[in-house]
Design a protein around this ligand. Structure first.
Ligand code: NAD
Length: 334
């Protein structure tokens, strides 16, 4: 068993709690936690860990083997870039950033320094993705449809489009990332959203974001994909899945909470259940990459996540411009 690593955490909210749980379960030491809200830092910090309200101070004072950046998307760039420049590997929660400018700075720093950096799109880490690729065996993908329907927590930055990119970026980008991992880069997108509120209909303060939307993706390969996305009220049943059609394959991946791959390839029926949750698998692979000093081992690289962000930003532009088709080149070109 490798020696425990010394981990720092920046941003001590919902997802940081899950990360600290997994890191401790894997036998690593979370030695320092930072949040601008000291009470949150104290709540997430394991016994004996130091707390900070300024991540620069945390990076200055602590000897770390890796840092987790789990702040809201507008606050990813500064701590991620600083840690990488100091030679500290970074597990950066998805999306890579809110803006392309921030994302490009993170990619350039990660690639320029050669320090390990993973982006926390955990569906990219499911064994089901590897098995799906094996099942396809190089066949061209014709059609994909992803479903992401369910409840989630209403954090203030999530309700604010400028802060979180709305449902499209915060939740829909998990599906965009997964479909890109199956079918490659997206050439153009179109989006329609419903004005009828679902989860937000029970909130005292509304955000300026959509609760439900359909994204239509045209891939460079010729494949066509859709993402059916809805944020529903707490207590309503959720549904998370991806279906993929190729000439000789009809495949269904059940996502969260249990991961399975089922369907048919040629005449053969398949059904497999995955054994490790991808959230944990993504973390474990990052830690292996840190041990090996090999940035290419992570499941979702900063460059992968930059492509996913560009796709989500194209979707956002389509949504805000009445659903017209947006070429990725229009977004990437500035
Ligand atoms: N992988 C997943 O499934 C998943 C799930 C939820 C959230 N996320 C991602 O994780 C990130 C955090 O989301 P969350 O739901 O935990 O949000 P959250 O609002 O619960 O927590 C974020 C925390 O960051 C703190 N913070 C803000 N600016 C800071 C700064 N400059 N320095 C230190 N702390 C700062 C806030 O005070 C807050 O406590 C987001 O990027 C989100 O998209 C990923």
């Amino acid at each position: 068993m490798p020696a425990p690593l010394r981990i720092g955490v920046v941003g001590a909210g919902w997802i940081a709690t899950d990360h600290v749980f997994v890191l401790r379960k894997l036998g690593h030491d979370v030695v320092a936690v930072c949040d601008i809200d000291v009470a949150r830092a104290a709540e997430v910090a394991p016994e004996g860990a130091r707390t900070y309200t300024d991540w620069e101070e945390l990076l200055d004072r602590e000897e770390l083997d890796a840092v987790w950046v789990s702040t809201p998307p507008l606050h990813h760039r500064a701590p991620a870039v600083a840690a990488l420049e100091n030679g500290v590997p970074v597990y950066l929660e998805k999306p890579i950033a809110r803006t392309l400018e921030d994302a490009r700075a993170i990619v350039e720093t990660a690639e320029g320094t050669g320090v390990v950096c993973a982006i926390g799109y955990q569906w990219h880490a499911t064994e089901a993705l590897e098995k799906l690729r094996d099942a396809l065996g190089g066949q061209p993908v014709a059609y994909l449809w992803g479903v992401s329907v369910g409840a989630t927590a209403a954090r203030p930055w999530f309700l604010d489009r400028k802060g979180g990119g709305g449902n499209l970026l915060e939740r829909g980008s998990h599906q965009l990332d997964l479909q890109r991992a199956v079918a490659g880069d997206v050439a153009s997108v179109q989006v329609a959203a419903s004005p009828v509120l679902l989860a937000q209909s029970e909130l005292d303060e509304l955000g300026d974001i959509e609760d439900s939307a359909t994204m239509l993706l045209r891939f460079e390969s010729g494949a066509v994909g859709t993402v059916l996305l809805a944020w529903t009220r707490q207590g309503q049943p959720g549904s998370y899945s991806l279906d993929v059609l190729a000439p000789e394959a009809t495949l269904h991946v059940k996502l969260d909470p249990a991961f399975t791959l089922s369907g048919q390839v040629g005449d053969e029926r398949i059904k497999e259940t995955m054994t490790v949750h991808p959230f944990e698998r993504s973390v474990m692979r990052f830690l292996e990459a840190v041990e090996a000093g090999d940035p290419s081992r992570v499941f979702c690289t900063p460059r992968d996540a930059l492509g996913t962000l560009a796709t989500a930003l194209a979707c956002e532009r389509s949504l805000l411009e009445g659903g017209r088709a947006i070429e990725l080149a229009q977004v990437l070109g500035g």
